[in-house]
Design a protein around this ligand. Structure first.
Ligand code: DGL
Length: 270
């Protein structure tokens, strides 16, 4: 394991941001607004998309490969802009790399738990995330009285990534929501970074205000932590480089729907 002995040099290094595809861009967008001077390397693992139906063992192997890539890039931190890998791979890999790792669910639960009035929570997430019950465990850590219902939505990522084009909206969107709505939660977390892209469709069945896109809270957590640990980039400017593990053109097309990205420097297949 490499250690860094020069704090200033370390702080100018990039921050890796990873997800299975374009979902993590919801987090990157927020990071760019709270920490605009950082240099980011975004990795969309389109080769292995979707993560949601994969086993924990498969996801650990996938994340290891991506972390190895980030190690070659000498990043100072990696953001798991992905609930699924935060739930499945984080615990196993958290101490094995020479960079700080930010998991989404654990970070967001910590900040959101400051609201002690939150006692009934719904979570829409991938199958792999729901299987681990990480949302329930993390929120209960801070508030044992909270009730959490977790619902998997296996069609939602393929819809966002345009792998499924023709579908019955009532079945594909409301079909997953109805159980959670019947539970009468105070809030529903969109527990997969792809899901905020479906907000307009979801809003046909329930008020928008009921839903939380945790990207903003997560970005705030990361910004506070970087500051507290004196890890912010002392230089101004900032940059983003993009990588996709397959079909970068498709990634670019999808990404453009969600971020105003004309140029994606460094967008290459690796
Ligand atoms: N966007 C990721 C998440 O937050 C992964 C979704 C997937 O590929 O299934 O869980």
């Amino acid at each position: 394991m490499e250690t860094f002995d020069n704090a200033v040099d370390t702080n100018t290094r990039a921050i890796g941001v990873m997800d299975s595809g374009v979902g993590g861009l919801t987090v990157l967008k927020q990071l760019l607004s709270v920490c605009p001077d950082e240099n980011y390397i975004y990795f969309g693992d389109t080769k292995n998309l979707p993560y949601g139906g994969k086993s924990k063992a498969q996801l650990v192997e996938i994340v290891k490969e991506i972390f190895e890539f980030f190690e070659t890039q000498k990043v100072k931190a990696v953001v798991l802009a992905c609930n699924t890998t935060s739930a499945t791979a984080y615990e196993e890999l958290k101490d094995k790399y020479p960079f700080k790792i930010y998991p989404l669910i654990q970070s967001v639960a910590r900040y959101m738990s400051a609201d002690k009035g939150l006692l009934k929570l719904g979570v829409m997430a991938t199958e792999a995330t729901v299987k681990t019950k990480t949302y329930t465990k993390e929120f209960k850590k801070y508030n044992p009285d909270i009730e959490v219902i977790e619902q998997s939505c296996p069609l939602w990522v393929p819809i966002v990534e345009n792998q499924i084009i023709n579908y019955d909206e009532n079945e594909a969107i409301y079909g997953y929501l109805k159980n959670v709505l019947a539970f009468n939660p105070q809030k529903i977390i969109l527990g997969c970074t792809h899901y905020p892209y479906l907000m307009d469709k979801i809003a046909k069945y329930a008020p928008k205000e009921l839903f939380i896109n945790p990207a903003q809270i997560f970005a705030r957590y990361i910004a506070d932590d970087l500051k507290q640990n004196n890890m912010l980039n002392p230089l101004s400017g900032g940059s983003v480089h993009y990588y996709a593990s397959s079909n970068p053109e498709h990634f670019k097309k999808n990404a453009r729907m969600f971020m105003e990205i004309d140029e994606m420097p460094g967008l290459v297949e690796i």
